[in-house]
Design a protein around this ligand. Structure first.
Ligand SMILES: [Zn+2]
Length: 273
């Protein structure tokens, strides 16, 4: 949901679509520093949430944060900005803070995974309320986190694992090369997820169709049913009983203009069992 006019406007916007959950940026996603949230705005947001039966909401961290960076000066900036994201999530009582693991730039994949974990270990405190979710990536360029095993390796290094989870983006996982479209491929993919990470680590979804094909390694979201994953692929997720109760969030390109049709397509393929 857009947070224009202040984050406290987002719960009402989400309610208009009958959403039970939503995701926002808590500041401009392309800027390092956001304006601090005023106490007034924080209280209003909390109030708007408490009026509704919503849960599993996410804050999406800024796209600029590369937690895998090996550059010391950039690392200082990244840690500072990420700490601010955690502070904002906790102030707003948001259960989840989701981020893209990052890009290996001029290091090896192994080093990148270790850098991400080291940075998370620096940031995570026992007093932190929100759970930080690593998002499955499409594997575009040198980005890491496009295999479940890579995400498991990062988690392995984390000291306070109870503060961490996974956000599964259906477009990204498809683009990263997992067949989640056929019934058989979906079953195998979820088995692989269970073996390497475990279903209880899976805290939520970004439910998106994809413009590009399986294994394209390109991160381009599409409206539900209009992409290469199609309603067959999306149906696997929304009709999997094991996933009931986990938040599923639309990040389709038309945004609020397209949600009504996305919801209509989802309702059509939801078996309701
Ligand atoms: Zn996503």
């Amino acid at each position: 949901m857009s947070a224009s006019g202040g984050v406290s406007t987002s719960p009402e916007r989400a309610e208009k679509f009958s959403f039970h959950t939503f995701q926002i940026f808590s500041k401009n996603q392309m800027q390092w520093k956001g304006k601090p949230l005023s106490d007034d705005e924080i209280n209003k947001f909390r109030e708007e949430i408490s009026k509704r039966s919503m849960k599993g909401m996410m804050i999406h961290a800024s796209y600029l944060l590369n937690m895998a960076t090996p550059k010391p000066d950039l690392k200082v900036k990244v840690l500072d900005a990420f700490q601010d994201e955690i502070r904002r999530a906790d102030a707003l009582n948001m259960p989840f803070l989701t981020f893209h693991p990052g890009s290996a730039s001029d290091t090896t994949e192994k080093e990148a995974l270790k850098n991400i974990a080291d940075n998370l270990n620096t940031l995570i405190t026992s007093g932190q309320k929100c759970t930080i979710l690593m998002e499955t990536s499409a594997g575009q360029g040198k980005t890491v986190g496009h295999t479940f095993e890579q995400l498991a390796e990062i988690l392995d290094f984390i000291d306070q694992k109870d503060k961490m989870g996974i956000c599964f983006d259906t477009c990204h996982v498809w683009a990263a090369g997992y067949d989640i479209k056929t019934t058989e491929g979906y079953g195998e993919t979820m088995d692989r997820f269970r073996t390497s990470l475990g279903l209880d680590r899976l805290k939520g979804f970004h439910l998106n169709d994809s413009k590009k094909g399986v294994n394209s390694r390109v991160d381009r979201h599409e409206q539900i049913g209009d992409g290469t994953l199609g309603t067959d692929g999306i149906s696997n997720f929304i009709n999997d009983r094991r996933l009931r109760g986990k938040p599923m969030i639309l990040e389709t390109p038309l945004g609020e203009e397209g949600y009504a049709r996305d919801i209509a397509n989802l309702s059509r393929i939801f078996s309701g069992e």
